[in-house]
Design a protein around this ligand. Structure first.
Ligand code: S3P
Length: 178
């Protein structure tokens, strides 16, 4: 893959936990020669505690407020960048509105089977901690599908490597810019 022109808006990756947003985002930013921003990492930086601690200490509603605030901050800068959002960033209507208005949204589609396989042994996803994780993941995926579907570009990541997914996104972005 060579170098590509960067769209004049942030490229925002959405998708369920384990869909590969951070790995793909990092590679995509490298190919586009721009900054990569991980929304969860920004939340951790600003709060000074891990995502797990934040959920345990303050609960999901506080996490969602911080998530929206960080997303708004990131999207209010004019810097060209690739942003990997957390899987639940699409829940808040104001987040969806901002992403749609200020960025190019790219949804990474992933199957429940892949999610469960990829996140096996991971202990940093508070929403999937403990009993009945598979049932909870399935319910969350279903609830969020309508929001993930509302992206400028949707990529099927099934059977694709991080490199493959980044290459498909780049070809779509080229199409958008043409
Ligand atoms: C969440 C996804 C996580 C993180 C938090 C909540 C969600 O990010 O923001 O645990 O609601 O789907 P990843 O999608 O990067 O795992």
């Amino acid at each position: 893959m060579g170098r590509f022109a960067m769209p004049d808006r942030p490229v925002i990756l959405t998708g369920f936990m384990g869909s590969g947003k951070s790995s793909v985002g990092r590679l995509l930013a490298d190919r586009l020669s721009c900054r990569f921003i991980d929304l969860d990492a920004e939340i951790v930086k600003s709060s000074g505690v891990s995502i797990n601690e934040l959920f345990a200490r303050d609960g999901e509603p506080v996490f969602r407020l911080l998530e929206s605030a960080q997303l708004e901050r990131i999207l209010s800068t004019t810097e060209r960048c690739v942003v990997a959002t957390g899987g639940g960033a699409v829940i808040a209507p104001q987040n969806r509105e901002k992403m749609r208005k200020l960025g190019v949204t790219v949804n990474l589609m992933v199957t429940l089977e892949q999610v469960l396989q990829r996140l096996q042994g991971c202990d940093d996803r508070p929403l999937l901690a403990g009993e009945k994780a598979a049932e909870r993941a399935a319910a969350l995926m279903e609830e969020r599908e309508q929001f993930y579907a509302d992206a400028d570009i949707r990529i099927d990541t099934d059977g694709k490597s991080v490199e493959d997914v980044a290459a498909v996104i780049l070809s779509h972005l080229k199409g958008l810019l043409a």
